[in-house]
Design a protein. Structure first.
Length: 209
């Protein structure tokens, strides 16, 4: 075989490889465009959260700048999409007071939420002798003396959306639910134990992705 024949053979092989590579790129591009079109048409909406109630087992600022608390919170989440499912891969719940975390994080078990489905969860969140910033401790003492404390129940996690057999990448889910607790009046809630009071709230939460 002459050198010219070898050169032509190598050129044809490179040309074939380029065509195969270009075909793969075009195929992947078409698949991506199809997914984006389907995603745009369906326009998946964020899940909706409602803080239903908070049961207070303990809320004691007995020592300066330290807080011990124990709550059971009940919240519902609804998937408003009729063609999109939601995977909750991770969801941690905790309470804050004036942007300072006052309880440990409690994990919600991973689960899948079907189309227009409603889930209800009731995790416990607590903190024992949690250090509180001095300026927050002063505000907390004032709020307790006034008989009402505004806390924020927060949820932080990762979700994925499912459309048919396609599952999206993970999105950061961040939820904030204001909880206005009237500690000064036990008649504002329902007594469920010797030192436990359940407060009905039914508060809509803000949700961001």
């Amino acid at each position: 075989m002459s050198a010219k024949d070898c050169g032509n053979h190598g050129h044809k092989r490179r040309k074939l490889f380029r065509r195969i590579f270009a075909g793969i790129l075009i195929f992947l591009f078409l698949v991506l465009v199809t997914i984006l079109i389907v995603w745009a048409v369906l326009r998946p909406s964020k899940p909706k959260f409602v803080l239903q109630d908070v049961t207070v087992f303990a809320f004691n600022a007995s020592t300066p700048n330290y807080l011990t608390s124990n709550f059971q919170i009940t919240f519902s989440t609804r998937n408003p999409n009729d063609k999109v499912g939601i995977y909750y891969d991770k969801l941690d719940v905790y309470a804050t007071y004036r942007n300072q975390q006052i309880t440990l994080r409690s994990a919600i078990p991973t689960n899948y939420q079907g189309h227009e489905e409603i889930n209800v969860w009731s995790p416990n969140i607590y903190g024992t002798a949690v250090p509180v910033a001095p300026y927050n401790a002063a505000s907390l003492a004032q709020d307790q003396n006034a008989g009402a404390v505004l806390m924020m129940i927060k949820m932080d996690g990762r979700v994925r959306f499912k459309v048919g057999t396609f599952v999206s990448g993970r999105y950061h889910l961040y939820v904030k639910c204001p909880a206005y607790i009237q500690f000064g009046s036990r008649t504002a809630g329902i007594i469920v134990g010797e030192n436990s009071v359940k407060y009905s709230l039914l508060v809509s939460c803000s949700v961001s992705l």
